[in-house]
Design a protein around this ligand. Sequence first.
Ligand SMILES: Cc1ncc(COP(=O)(O)O)c(C=O)c1O
Length: 328
Amino acid sequence: MGAMQDWLAAAAAERERCHRVRRTDSERSPAGRTDLLDLASNDYLGLAADPRLREAAAAALARFGAGARASRVVVGTTQAHEEIEHELARLTGQPSCLVFSSGYAANLGVLTALGSAETLLITDAHVHASLIDGARLSRSPVQVVPHADLDALERALRTRAEARALVAVESVYSVSGDAADLAATATLCARHDALLIVDEAHGIGVAGDGRGAVHAAGLAGAGHVVVTATLSKALGSQGGAVLGPAAVREHLVNTARTFLFDTALAPAAAAAAAAACRVILDEPDRVQRLHALAAVIATAADIPRSAGAVQSIPVGDPEAAAEAADGL
Ligand SMILES: Cc1ncc(COP(=O)(O)O)c(C=O)c1O
């Protein structure tokens, strides 16, 4: 066996030993099933199979074809892309929107396009892998502050040597389910001339009547706040987005490598997400029902009600967590 094969085998054995083997079997998918109760996916509003999303996707498929054919800046932009950017900006109250092929690509794109050697990038310790990877690729000096520690954030901003600063947080954290104090974080960013990037992957469609936590905090349209989003969770589709000042959008169109050198989002996915934005605005009771159901789970599991749809039960160690999951 070669060195790489040996290394693969050792890594697999170690995963087995720690009960951390991940599987990709379709048996566990709730798609098309009526015999399963879906407590594990991110289809928070049950929109992935909604007839209005399917019809919008089918119409876009018929009109534009299966794929976008090229990068957005070559010939990949269709009216479906313009429509989702309009609808998502309307939903979140933001002046402009740019969609990417995933939320992961949106986070990589925004941090690499706005970061530089002269820009300190401060991230909360609990941010998603895509923001961590974006920070690594950004060429910025990176400082990770303890989770939700506003004093540490203030210190990092106040003592920085760099002319510019970016701060990256999540509005609703994807694992622990708690919410960032966006008002206080944005105030600190304004005071220290920093741009705040809020990942609303778990906030849009969930927080603030579905319009997101940034909107609920009165920060939509603020010149020093940028939102990143995914179309693949509450919006029931696929894709990602960056929302905020028009100057940021313009900069990303011209410099974000995960936008420029990536084939545009499939038009059908864009059309389905646009339909989801309309459903969220037209049917506010969907979001209320989500919160009522989350409260039922929190009560049943005897845990505090979290800020969003993620109800987290900290188990303490990975083996016990894997056992609990198997038991479920
Ligand atoms: C907080 C957060 N940001 C970004 C992403 C990436 O979004 P996408 O799945 O659209 O790539 C996810 C999860 O997928 C997430 O949980």
